[in-house]
Ligand binder design. Structure first.
Ligand SMILES: [Fe+2]
Length: 362
């Protein structure tokens, strides 16, 4: 119903009447929804390995992965994103423990996932994805693309720990989540170990029926990634990242998954990278070594096993001050930003390094 015409109208009256009609004046609020530069709602943060490991060890005594509990994992919840249970605004990581002899039940969901193996003694410990067992040796990367059935099986006498990264914050923002429990990994026909690897190399089956999945069910063995980094160690590398490689989708030559790009990077002894920022967020896991990252002026000291998050548009630079290699694994939402045409990256001018204004205390 239209408002009765006021005898003496005013802008204030108009605003009041618009509020009643669930309208807001763009001229009054535009700066709140069109920011001049990225408005980021969270800070960088770092989780120490020893702290998380101690909690995970206790959970090992108290929790058993089963239907309902699903997984014994601990989310890295950024204090500024507590309500969303996430690490960055688009990504969530967690450390997961599967004890000797355990199985975590089968399920599938809209969120895509990657696993990066933190501790493994090898043997028959695997994640089964769409019926294919992917072995989990230390520092291997495994993919669970969206909608694919997956369960975890540890048929060894040793516990295993890995890093999970999921895009569920993005899925939840888009309000399209689903979750479906399965039945002991028998939802899809069983495939032999190495099924995908045999079909995704530099030579591929000619004239065979097509590969059955939309996105390859990949396992990237660490020995291959490590060899690639080592082969590149005498190249100049990136001024911002040292020697860095991306885990590629072998079908598209594009990023690891449509929503996530995974990288491994080598910081050589004494390497001090230049500072950069971009419109993508990144989460790092320290594979080896002791070093520092300066994030928006704050110094984050890290060592093996630590996890830290770099928010989008935060200046960040990495440094290896020691005499040994540092190895970092990271995951970023950059593919999302690129496909939307929203990816921007820039380097810091002048000497390329930030002024340190504080040291992060976990
Ligand atoms: Fe899952």
């Amino acid at each position: 119903m239209s408002q009765p015409r006021r005898k003496h109208d005013s802008l204030e009256c108009l605003h009041q009447d618009m509020e009643q009609a669930h309208l807001i004046p763009t001229w009054k609020y535009v700066s709140e929804f069109v920011a001049a530069s990225p408005r980021v709602s969270y800070q960088p943060f770092l989780w120490k390995w020893q702290t998380v490991y101690e909690h995970l060890r206790r959970a090992g005594e108290l929790i058993t992965p089963a239907r309902g509990a699903e997984r014994r994992s601990m989310e890295h919840v950024n204090p500024d994103l507590r309500a969303q249970y996430t690490t960055s605004h688009t990504l969530a990581t967690a450390l997961q423990l599967v004890k000797a002899g355990e199985r975590a039940p089968s399920h599938r969901h809209q969120a895509a996932a990657i696993r990066f193996v933190v501790q493994s003694h090898g043997g028959q410990v695997f994640t089964r994805v769409q019926g294919e067992p992917l072995l989990m040796e230390e520092h291997d990367l495994l993919l669970t693309p969206l909608g694919m059935w997956h369960d975890h099986v540890n048929d060894t006498p040793h516990d295993i720990i890995w890093l999970d990264a999921l895009d569920y914050p993005l899925v939840n923002l888009l309000q399209c989540s689903y979750f479906e429990p399965g039945e002991a990994g028998h939802e899809t026909p069983a495939k032999e170990a190495g099924y995908t690897a045999k079909r995704m190399g530099h030579v591929r089956p000619l004239g065979w029926h097509a590969y059955p999945e939309e996105v390859p069910v990949m396992r990237y063995p660490w020995r291959d990634t490590c060899a690639a980094l080592d082969a590149l160690r005498h190249e100049p590398g990136s001024p911002f990242d040292g020697v860095i490689v991306e885990y590629i989708n072998p079908v598209t030559s594009g990023p690891t998954l449509p929503t996530m790009s995974c990288r491994a990077q080598l910081l050589r002894p004494g390497e001090w990278c230049r500072s950069q920022r971009s419109t993508s967020s990144k989460i790092y896991y320290v594979m080896r070594g002791t070093g520092q990252s300066i994030i928006d002026g704050q110094q984050f000291d890290w060592e093996k096993g630590d996890v830290f998050v770099v928010p989008n548009w935060a200046w960040h630079e990495h440094r290896n001050p020691g005499r040994e290699d540092c190895l970092l694994f990271s995951v970023t939402d950059q593919p999302v930003m690129e496909v939307l045409g929203m990816y921007r990256q820039e380097g810091l001018r002048d000497d390329g390094h930030q002024r340190v204004t504080g040291v992060f205390q976990p």
